[in-house]
Design a protein around this ligand. Structure first.
Ligand SMILES: C[S@@+](CC[C@H](N)C(=O)[O-])C[C@H]1O[C@@H](n2cnc3c(N)ncnc32)[C@H](O)[C@@H]1O
Length: 272
């Protein structure tokens, strides 16, 4: 599959910064709260404050296409349905046989503007993509998610891509911070302080006496811990060569793999 940099920009001239997101979130808060009123939280789901981050980063009045990759029990899909009532939403889930699939189908059946698909989003999203689309990736994870995001941005059709599970301390987080200029994160402290109260129903299901995966015992995070799973927001920027960033990612993977195989050979020779 090849996707080229078309450099046909569809973004506003000023991509958002952390302050714009804070302002938009504050403006959208009352409406957001009324839209999620009584919505139960489902296991594996994206947090409510993270969904407010998505809404705020996209900005007011969005009615374009929303594509979701990774639905599971449909928590994020349900909230997307409520907060983007004027958008066509397409949600792709890989695992048709999961016990989560019927849960999501039942939960989402009353949303006329949500289409549920099964298959690999790494193929399906490109087939469905419309100009100005907003993409939410919550599966695949890790560098596969970053590769998918960069390939989508490279088409020039995408307004924004959100990648879930990009909390502090992860190699993927470091990669985004180093190589993708303008990436913003939902664990930005002022945002967390202002909006984490929305997540009370989410925390009920977690055993917070145990360290959570997004709170790694990472010394450099001591004064600035991660808050939750965390969304990264990548806004399309026509001045960025996503192809070049993809090359860096591929090179990095190549050297990581080569390093692993050399280590294995050395271990074998050493008899370990
Ligand atoms: C954490 S769950 C998604 C949770 C959901 N976004 C929510 O908020 O409730 C991740 C899901 O991504 C799905 N997934 C993984 N790789 C995928 C792919 N290539 N295409 C579509 N779905 C994928 C998995 O099967 C899993 O159900």
């Amino acid at each position: 599959m090849t996707h080229t940099d078309t450099h046909t920009s569809n973004t506003s001239p000023c991509p958002p910064n952390d302050q714009t997101i804070l302002d938009h979130a504050q403006q959208a808060l009352d409406d957001f709260v009324s839209r999620i009123q009584g919505v139960p939280y489902e296991d594996k789901g994206v947090f409510f404050s993270e969904m407010l981050f998505v809404l705020a980063a996209v900005g007011p009045g969005f009615d374009g296409q929303v594509l979701e990759s990774g639905r599971a029990r449909g928590q994020s899909t349900f909230v997307l349905g409520r907060i983007f009532p004027d958008s066509k939403i397409i949600s792709v889930e890989f695992d048709r046989d999961s016990p989560d699939a019927p849960v999501a189908e039942a939960r989402l059946k009353d949303f006329a503007h949500i289409e549920l698909l099964y298959g690999d989003s790494r193929r399906l999203l490109f087939e469905k993509l419309q100009p100005r689309a907003v993409i939410i990736i919550d599966g695949p994870k890790g560098f596969r998610a970053i590769r998918l995001a960069l390939q989508l941005l490279r088409t020039g059709k995408v307004k924004k891509v959100f990648i879930h599970d990009t909390y502090k301390g992860l190699p993927t987080r470091r990669f985004l911070e180093r190589h993708v200029p303008g990436t913003l994160f939902s664990d930005h402290q002022p945002f967390v302080q202002q909006f984490k109260h929305l997540d009370a129903p989410c925390w009920d299901g977690f055993d917070t006496s145990q360290p959570l995966e997004w709170q790694p015992a990472c010394p450099d995070l001591a004064g600035d811990p991660s808050y939750g799973p965390t969304f990264a927001c990548l806004s399309h920027d026509p001045t960025i060569s996503y192809g070049l960033i993809l090359c860096r990612l591929n090179l990095m993977n190549f050297f990581a793999r080569a390093g692993t195989s050399v280590t294995k050979k050395l271990r074998k020779r050493g008899g370990a």
